[in-house]
Write a protein that binds this ligand. Structure first.
Ligand code: SF4
Length: 368
């Protein structure tokens, strides 16, 4: 029986099935996610006999760290090896990455939700893999738990109580809304004050624009913030960059965004990777303003492209600033987001490059 990834209710049910009181499940839940104890022998508030039994009948499977790439800016890119899982969607072994990015007073962890991806965005290296497999809730959570444990001397929990902030962004490999149940199970534990206790203000799910997934997410009581990977100012451009746009064109996507129920503190984030000569003209900026005009509360993150193997080029800093200025002057908050960890290929869309070059058998990619 695998314990990692199970909710409090599932752990209670598992304990009852073993003939133990249900509250033991809550103790295991707290130990796993709040205290990050990854060995049942360490959960010392359980009776010794139960610890012995669990060590035989249950397991806590953490992915192995295959490689760590440490950047000059302090970012660490983890390459995790995931063994074959137990059901059809997880039956293949895979590798995925997460990136830990420390900065003053806060830390951000970018995690993957699938190995590979079926969505086929043309600027993304992950797309070239196709979908290898979905990740389980436990595999998604492990990408947060392991870096936090490894860096706990830098920022000790509880982070929020110290006025320090942990941000989680679901922007690594995969389209989170195409692995909905495991992603939401993991998010539920991330956001649970009795679990990992991270504020919903600090967890962001980024989608390529899977409209049924956005509509489904809108119904969830416990949910992260939502970011949309936009990257184009009209359908023609977006069709060419992100073929998913043919299925969910901008009019349909924007309607779903318009109907999305924002909380009082919340805004929708639109990510826009700046591709030189392709989507970075002043006219593009004006079209983005018109596109977003019907939405209530938005912000735009402009992401300078990092040149690599894919056939796109950088926008000049002047172009990016001009684009930002047009948005801001017309009332759309816009920010330029430079990628962290460039020297370890931890920049969006380029995480995989180093690994692809070093080992053709273990390809990993990343998304915007
Ligand atoms: S950008 Fe995201 S959704 Fe698009 S192919 Fe890459 S991983 Fe998939």
């Amino acid at each position: 029986m695998e314990l990692l990834g199970k909710s409090k209710e599932e752990l209670r049910d598992s304990c009852v099935a073993l003939g133990e009181p249900a509250f033991r499940g809550a103790q295991i839940y707290h130990a796993l996610y709040a205290e990050r104890k990854f060995d049942v022998a360490q959960i010392t508030n359980l009776p010794a006999a139960l610890r012995v039994r669990l060590s035989k009948e249950a397991r806590i499977t953490l992915p192995a760290v295959q490689q760590r790439f440490v950047s000059a800016d302090g970012s660490v890119r983890y390459l995790f090896a995931l063994p074959a899982g137990e059901d059809r969607t997880t039956a293949r072994p895979a590798s995925v990455e997460a990136v830990f990015m420390p900065s003053e007073g806060r830390q951000t962890i970018c995690i993957s939700t699938q190995a590979g991806c079926a969505v086929d965005c043309h600027f993304c290296l992950t797309a070239q893999l196709g979908l290898i497999r979905n990740l389980t809730a436990g595999e998604i959570l492990a990408q947060v738990l392991l870096p936090l444990e490894e860096h706990k001397t830098q920022l000790a929990p509880p982070f929020e109580a110290q006025g320090k902030q942990t941000n989680i962004v679901l922007m690594g490999q995969g389209e989170p809304l195409l692995n909905f149940e495991p992603v939401m199970a993991a998010v539920g534990i991330l956001l649970d004050p009795g679990g990992m206790g991270i504020s919903p203000k600090h967890v962001t799910l980024s989608t390529s624009g899977i409209v049924p997934g956005i509509e489904r997410l809108a119904q969830e009581k416990v949910r992260p913030k939502l970011a949309i990977s936009l990257n184009a100012s009209n359908d023609e451009q977006r069709d060419a960059l992100m073929p998913i746009n043919k299925k969910y064109p901008l009019s349909v996507l924007m309607e779903a965004c318009k109907n999305y129920p924002l909380r009082t503190w919340e805004h929708l984030t639109f990510e826009y990777v700046m591709l030189g000569g392709l989507n970075d003209a002043a006219e593009d900026a004006r079209r983005v303003v018109r596109l977003l005009a019907p939405l209530k509360s938005v912000k735009v993150n402009l992401i300078p492209w990092n040149p690599g193997e894919l056939p796109y080029r950088e926008s000049s800093p002047e172009r990016i600033e001009e684009f930002r200025r047009i948005l801001v002057e017309r009332g759309v908050p816009a920010f330029v987001r430079y990628s962290r960890g460039r020297d370890v290929m931890a920049a969006c869309g380029q995480l995989a490059l180093l690994q692809v070059q070093s080992s053709p058998l273990t390809t990993v990619r990343s998304s915007l």
